[in-house]
Design a binder for this molecule. Sequence first.
Ligand code: SF4
Length: 291
Amino acid sequence: MFGINEIVGKHFFKDAKKDELLVASRFFTLQGEGPYRGHPAYFIRLAKCNLACSFCDTYFDSGDWRSFASLIEEADTVINDFFLKRNMPTPSWASDVPKKMVLVITGGEPSLQDNLSAFLEEAQKLFQHTQIESNGISLLPNLPESTTLVVSPKCLEKDSKVLRYLQPNQKMLDRADYLKFVMSALDDDKFSPYSEIPTWAHEWSAKTGKSVFVSPMNIYKKEPQRVKSIRDQGRDLTLAERSDINEIVSFWEPDLLDLKKNQRNHEYAAEYCMKHGFILNLQIHLFASLP
Ligand code: SF4
């Protein structure tokens, strides 16, 4: 698990101003997973989570309070900077409104911040698509109809033991457009809840005809070293640093990933998808060394 991952609930955000979100990072990239995989994407990662999954590979502990207006204004600057760094003018598809890309809201756990629905109402005018990803435990009310909701259920863990899947809030499950699961291979024939997709998810897919994505669990041998070296200096990262340094995790960094375990997880997940008609979901941004 990267980061500290202090568990919080909706109560943590009770004093939030109506037009603000607590933001860990924001960046321009390609969506690596799910229904928009491979599409240009503007990401806003919201801070804090209501779980602390042992395999979590994101940093979301720290955040800055940002107004809706500043988040919307800043998108152009971040996208322009991406092209500027590559000595390219910003192409019209990325600057015209609506931008030909997907706005992805992830976390942490985005559903903890009820203000998010109002933000999406405003932001959806500027992007061709909008998507949020949630573990589904908390209900996010008033999510705009046009926003794609990917629910990615996770397991209850105690004392480093993975116990069982947490079934999402029924209203989130009813609203979900897709489900996404992380999958690990059976370890020495020891059963892990992450080696099986729960029955209620199979039933959801059969009943709704909607798709289930399966992501092989990526196992890391160590933290990405750029992040570690800054944290070892004992200082907090700024929003700009979190948006760059915390987000770039590359498949090609030597000795970062446990390739043996990852190979097993990928082969196991692929076979599971073939057996059940689910969609194999690789984190393709890792191969492009993009955030
Ligand atoms: S729910 Fe997602 S963001 Fe939260 S700890 Fe688990 S993997 Fe990380």
